[in-house]
Design a protein around this ligand. Sequence first.
Ligand code: GLU
Length: 337
Amino acid sequence: MPAPSGSPLLPRIRLLATGGTIAGAQPSAGGPGYKAAVFSAEALIAAVPQLTDRAEIEIEQVAAIGSQDMDTATWRKLAQRTQAAVDDPRISGVVVTHGTDTLEETAFFLNLVVRTGKPVVLVGAMRPATAISADGPMNLYNAVAVATHPDSADRGVLVVANDEVHFAREVAKTNTTQVGTFRATHRGLAGIVNSGRLHLYAPPVRRHTAASEFAPLAPAPLPRVDIVYAYAGMGRELLDAAVQTGAGGLVIAGVGEGNLGAEAVQAAAAAARKGVAVVRSSRTGGGVVERNIEVDDDGLGFIAADELNPQKSRVLLMLGLTRSRDPLELQAMFLSY
Ligand code: GLU
């Protein structure tokens, strides 16, 4: 039987709110257009009274933005507040409300920089809070259920949406508008959650949270890393511009297995010779980028992204560059995380 509301027997969750569509409002219900981050976290919780049977929820508003405006300063603040929450012995787990556009990047960042075995769960919604059949309330309810469940411990940062549980490393937004946007293209779901009933499957692959060398987040500034998208007929201009304007690292969203045309390869090789880290990822949305297949990574000093998509490669490279500029040491990180 659930404990009564306010019972000290209920697990205590810290909800860190950052905005997003889950807190968004439309000018008229069901109509086009909306503004993210309108409703407070208190209003989101109040819309799901069933949460009072699940957890004591402490609310902290960390930001109030659409996640297209997420940046490294806000990541740092969010990482610090998440670390403070999990270090508090009264707190069982953390839920972060977040816009879906860059949710996978924030989830992977926290997965690498928060030192904990406690559950940390990111949740978003595709429909604004005022929409017909808004998905936010059930997503939030499920996120709290996952964050309070003992089986969620030691699995790294998790993402909950559309009755699914995803690993931070695996998940990607794959659709502009549909509620089933989050997919894990490489090895599927972490689990499912039906009206708060959790079923978890395989454990995560690769190092995370308590086993991450980047956790807890160090004060060292994160270098600028740019993503350059490859295409047929790509020249060298954007790569050269990134280096000339101070990028410390480049991630190529390469064609196929992280490929880029000959002129772009020359520009990337020149960047690597100047000490700029160059990671080859893929624009395909799935699969491994291996070393030395069609590109001479050994000779040119490049790094292959393994399975990480360009935006997650950028997150790891930013953190990796705080430790090393050596391409082979950075390569080892891409095979570990
Ligand atoms: N641009 C918004 C955001 O990322 C919309 C995406 C969403 O939250 O669903 O915050």
